[in-house]
Write a protein that binds this ligand. Sequence first.
Ligand code: GDP
Length: 421
Amino acid sequence: MSEERHQNLAIIGHVDHGKSTLVGRLLYETGSVPEHVIEQHKEEAEEKGKGGFEFAYVMDNLAEERERGVTIDIAHQEFSTDEYDFTIVDCPGHRDFVKNMITGASQADNAVLVCAADDGVQPQTREHVFLARTLGIDELIIGINKMDLVDYEEGRYRETVDEVTELLKQVQFNPDDAKFIPISAFEGDNVAEDSENTPWYDGPNLLESLNDLPAPSPPTDADLRLPIQDVYTISGIGTVPVGRVETGTLNTGDNVSFQPSDVSGEVKTIEMHHEEVPKAEPGDNVGFNVRGIGKDDIRRGDVCGPADDPPSVAETFQAQIVVMQHPSVITAGYTPVFHAHTAQVACTIESIDKKIDPSTGETAEEEPDFIQSGDAAVVTVRPQKPLSIEPSSEIEELGSFAIRDMGQTIAAGKVLNVQEP
Ligand code: GDP
């Protein structure tokens, strides 16, 4: 797959605003619903005397199957426009959504935010937009959905657009990098075809907007960074770490180092999509084999990089964070779990160095006693176990994290600098 043509796309938004329905609609309109699924539903429809193949019928069935607990795997579904092959990287409504968004495994280049016109901005709309912003989504397409429920009224559309624009400004997402479209995922308005129900809207439809997205630029120039997701033992080959190349290239014959496990060796083979390849580039999911490395020498959360310029390991690091939601206040000594690439490590916020005015980026208060929801701050962090992480100014892909506690994302941030042991 040529890199320029491929995009990872996240579909984000509050529960019940229509993410699954939109994914179904996109797959259906682009002819990407797997043939066996179409066949199955056609047969069922005919048996029940309903005849024909209706999108709504498929969605109803999928919804029913979901309720019955049958797994419909709509994670990693693919569809194409003239310009791009899109992979939908997150199964909407998936419990691990936030975690997936943070780990490199499913990092999206761009995202579609679904916001229902009859419900407006809701808590998960905020959470997802906030994460998208912090974790480096480049462009946001905002589908103001369920326009059919508000009689395709321009006024209601504008109000919802204003609400979302306000949210974008709060998280400092440039509204110029956002495109709004009035849609109905259920009825199909402005998804694949321009709708007659919205004569007051003359912008592109959703598929056109996806097609017009700028191509993601793969960061091949940077040093290799490959966070390890899993480590397998495969008979006849040996130890096979797997993961996604975030930056740089991995070549057979390279000497690589795994940090913080601190072992190194020569890359013997690289495998991608069950085929042996001589090299792997950013975005490639690979399994590879390294001479002399055993299964217990390395683990998930390690980062693979060049042996002569190994990934950084932090004794402490300084970071800029934004507190999204915390029931009380955060003070020095707080030790939640940090999720960075594929690593999850308990880290202590050792000091709160300064509070920042989120609208100007200027220091609002030196060494505050505490921070709370909505605050931005610079903090010094001490991982309780070795953690490989990079300053975001040097390697953006390895320089962001989310802070989770009590099953929620408390905050997210970027690494400013790393103090190595
Ligand atoms: P998700 O939780 O965001 O994935 O939302 P779903 O896709 O499961 O949709 C939630 C409910 O809203 C379902 O009953 C859908 O049929 C309905 N829905 C989704 N999109 C539309 C729409 O454009 N118009 C109408 N009227 N209902 C919709």
